[in-house]
Design a protein around this ligand. Structure first.
Ligand SMILES: [Zn+2]
Length: 199
């Protein structure tokens, strides 16, 4: 069964924050949404935020992170430097100083924690990840339906991005992808329309 994923899209960069229920609470992926909007949504859901997942550390994906206390926050260990640096995570640019809470950093190429599988996909940033939960995949700013995330921001790397994109061929084509920006899509659709996935 697929979880019921809610999307809040907002901010200057039209970032997608995703929220879905698990047995014992809520999962929030990339809490870039406006604090009040996100808190209202959590209140309506009537559950506590149990897990927060950061596909990467850019300001438009972490804006409301300091307001989600009490949750286990996952990010890749290669993203630690960027998360802790206002210059690298671009928060300095927007004038928002983000207090980064305690984070559970996951190591390696593939890491499983409970029902989540984290895949390290450097390219957009050095610690970018995509995260699988059953048949759904949160692709962050690594993969959009018809394009990919930019690689010219701090810690970005076009060569690593090319290598990271190979990971998508290992997933079932009916996998439902929730990207950091833009509409959700199936991998099947992305393989048809996204030139970056063509060899
Ligand atoms: Zn980004």
């Amino acid at each position: 069964m697929l979880p019921e994923v809610s999307t809040i899209t907002g901010g200057d960069f039209e970032e997608n924050t995703y929220i879905f229920p698990v047995e014992d609470g809520l999962v929030v992926v990339d809490p870039g949404a406006d604090v009040q909007v996100l808190q209202n949504h959590i209140m309506r859901a009537g559950k506590k935020v149990k897990y927060v997942i950061l596909t990467h550390g850019h300001i438009d994906h972490i804006f409301s992170l300091p307001y989600l206390s009490g949750a286990v926050v996952y990010a890749h260990e290669k993203e630690k430097t960027l998360l802790e640096s206002p210059g690298l995570n671009l928060s300095a640019m927007t004038g928002n100083r983000i207090e980064i809470p305690a984070i559970t950093y996951v190591p390696g190429k593939v890491h499983t924690a409970g029902d989540f599988v984290f895949y390290h996909t450097p390219g957009h940033t050095s610690g970018s990840i995509v995260v699988k939960y059953g048949k759904i995949l949160f692709t962050g700013d690594t993969l959009f339906m018809d394009t990919i995330g930019r690689c010219d921001l701090p810690t970005g790397d076009p060569q690593k991005m090319r290598e990271s994109l190979h990971i998508f061929s290992q997933f079932n084509k009916d996998t439902i992808c929730y990207p950091g920006h833009g509409d959700m899509f199936t991998l099947d659709k992305a393989f048809k329309v996204n030139n970056f996935l063509k060899k």
